[in-house]
Design a protein around this ligand. Structure first.
Ligand code: PLP
Length: 291
């Protein structure tokens, strides 16, 4: 799918106004900058259409509620803004990023203001999501201790642990990282939900809790599988179990369904994307209207 735009699009959106990405400015006193007091969403675009936008906006509202915001931004305004960004930037395939923070107050007070003056920023990016080498051949993933905070269900912009994990993966010559908690179970990927297919053919992903982000793609996948009469088992699995799985894959709005062919130096299955993963990819492709 040819994009008219590759990379960050020319037009962004800041606090209700479309601006060029180059001229967008926020204050260094913004609580997002000082405290990582902000949340975000990333929605995929395919064929010029936003995928699962409503679910992304629902999750954004949930994140804000959990952080005590008295009121959510106008949902309709955000929907229209997403579509406008896609059109203005000529995005056929890619993503829209939206960040909401509690704004700037000219000082540095840890306690959040009762009435936040939101900073809202969004941009669009043209990017190939489907038919990538990662989708075709799978990725190699390191395991790393989950050093993140305890509210991973909130899609916070505090992503230092994720950035460290991905940097560690790159330095090791691998593609990505999966987090492992103190009990030895896999929580999720650094920016994706983690799945395995057991030797018995069960499709397993961790149950929702504060330990992981409720992935929109994870939810979409669960719907798709149940519509075809299939079943997904929501339970924790250890790193050891994952290494011995028949298959493994990761899901996210940007990674879609990406096969994992190596975990922590161990080949998964025969080291190539397996049939269940291929079926998941096919189901997802069909759902977003890809051939
Ligand atoms: N888990 C984490 C830690 C993530 O950062 C992401 C996406 O960025 C996901 C899971 C997948 O969520 P979604 O499918 O909504 O993109």
């Amino acid at each position: 799918m040819a994009n008219r735009t590759a990379g960050v699009g020319k037009f962004a959106w800041l606090n209700g106004t479309f601006v060029t990405a180059q001229e967008a400015r926020v204050s260094p006193f913004d609580r997002g900058f000082l405290f990582a007091d902000g949340v975000y969403e990333v929605a995929a675009v395919y064929n010029g259409q936003l995928i699962d936008l409503e679910r992304h906006l629902e999750r954004l509202e949930r994140s804000l509620r959990e952080l005590g915001y008295p009121k959510a931004p106008d949902r309709r305004q955000l929907e229209v803004m997403h579509r406008e960004l896609v059109t203005l930037n000529g995005i056929e395939e890619g993503l829209v990023y939206l960040q909401v923070t509690r704004g700037a107050y000219g000082g540095r007070d840890f306690a959040a203001p009762a009435q936040p003056r939101l900073t809202m920023f969004a941009f669009a990016e043209g990017k190939q999501l489907l038919d990538t080498a990662a989708h075709r051949d799978g990725i190699r993933v390191i395991a790393t201790p989950d050093i993140r905070w305890a509210r991973r269900d909130i899609k916070s912009v505090g992503l230092l642990a994720q950035a460290m994990a991905k940097t560690e993966a790159k330095a090791a010559g691998k593609d990505d990282a999966w987090f492992v908690d103190a009990g030895g179970t896999v929580t999720e990927g650094a920016s994706a939900n983690a799945w395995i297919v057991t030797q018995d053919g069960d499709i397993v992903t961790r149950a929702l809790s504060n330990d992981i982000l409720a992935g929109v793609t994870r939810l979409a996948m669960m719907d798709l599988v149940s519509q075809t009469g299939g079943k997904i088992i929501e339970r924790s699995f250890s790193l050891e179990e994952a290494k011995q799985a028949a298959e493994a894959f990761a899901t996210s709005a940007v990674a879609l369904v990406t096969p994992v062919v190596e975990l922590d130096g161990v080949r998964i299955g025969d080291g190539a994307p397996g049939p269940v993963t291929r079926r998941m990819q096919a189901l997802y492709r069909q759902a977003i209207g890809a051939r």
